[in-house]
Design a protein around this ligand. Structure first.
Ligand SMILES: C[S@@+](CC[C@H](N)C(=O)[O-])C[C@H]1O[C@@H](n2cnc3c(N)ncnc32)[C@H](O)[C@@H]1O
Ligand SMILES: Nc1nc2[nH]cc(C(=O)O)c2c(=O)[nH]1
Ligand code: SF4
Ligand SMILES: [Mg+2]
Length: 247
């Protein structure tokens, strides 16, 4: 069974959209959003996947989501059929932290490839969880977003050296750092140097859940990317559809 996030109670968050971030931006993709996360970024734009009533992890917006209304359990084969029925031939696994359910995801992707062997499979991960051995070979692209200090997570939980080094050595992996202040670049430069991450595999992305915030940060973040030889990524879906579940 997979535990998925929901767009509305009982409706799994499985949707066709455009990849809004990173190396595949603009490509038609089907998203499967899983529930639960091992971290607690205070600016997380999908807190409904992990911040349930009674969850005592730190947050500032006072929102508490009912677990029942925001999660639904489905068989892997059923999820695979729902993905195969949509138009795109690219899958983006996300969440929450999807690698928390690696074994079940492997079963789902295997079922999907039986139905549509042509699928390209990406996974959005916070970089702190090891891919399950059954899932790893089924992933074509890792979009790894390690959480910097401004996320509010302790580095001991968010930045696991052997995981970052493994992704740095994996040609399928891209890094995508969320940037809130100009000074965050120092932390990125430290991680890039410490783990021999290639600048060409690094994307910097503005923190923001609305166009105005993203545009304001993009103005100076673009300069930082050019200065340091990093890629810039915007958040296309936010500009197109706002901060809306299922887009
Ligand atoms: C919701 S997370 C799910 C996957 C995984 N937990 C992770 O963090 O990579 C998907 C992507 O959205 C980014 N994200 C979440 N909230 C954001 C915000 N307020 N501003 C910019 N990026 C955000 C994360 O950094 C990550 O790259
Ligand atoms: N359109 C769209 N693109 C995305 N890329 C990464 C996303 C995520 O939440 O992991 C995401 C998302 O939520 N929507
Ligand atoms: S790791 Fe990803 S899903 Fe988890 S709190 Fe941070 S942004 Fe949200
Ligand atoms: Mg998102």
């Amino acid at each position: 069974m997979l535990t998925l996030a929901t767009t509305t109670p009982g409706k799994p968050e499985i949707f066709a959209s455009l990849q809004g971030e990173g190396a595949s931006v603009g490509k038609p993709s089907t998203f499967v959003r899983l529930s639960r996360c091992n971290l607690a970024c205070h600016w997380c734009d999908t807190a409904y996947t992990w911040r349930f009533s009674g969850d005592n992890r730190p947050h500032t917006d006072g929102l508490d989501f009912a677990r029942e209304a925001n999660q639904v359990k489905l068989e892997e084969a059923e999820v695979a059929q729902m993905v195969a029925a949509l138009k795109p031939d690219r899958l983006v696994l996300t969440g929450g932290e999807p690698l928390l359910q690696g074994a079940a995801l492997a079963r789902m992707v295997e079922a999907l490839k039986e139905l549509r062997p042509e699928f390209h499979v990406e996974i959005e991960t916070n970089g702190s969880v090891a891919p399950h051995p059954a899932l790893d070979p089924l992933i074509d692209q890792f979009n790894v977003s390690p959480k910097l200090a401004h996320s509010g997570n302790p580095a001991s939980l968010a930045l696991i050296p052997e995981r970052l080094a493994a992704y740095a050595a994996d040609p399928r992996a891209y890094f995508k750092f969320v940037i809130a202040e100009r000074s965050d670049i120092e932390e990125v430069l430290g991680l890039v140097a410490a783990h021999s991450i290639l600048p060409s595999r690094v994307f910097l992305m503005p923190e923001g859940r609305d166009s105005a915030t993203l545009r304001a940060r993009a103005r100076w973040l673009g300069d930082l990317c050019a200065d340091h030889g990093f890629n810039f990524t915007d958040r296309l879906h936010i500009h197109l559809w706002g901060d809306t579940r299922g887009t």
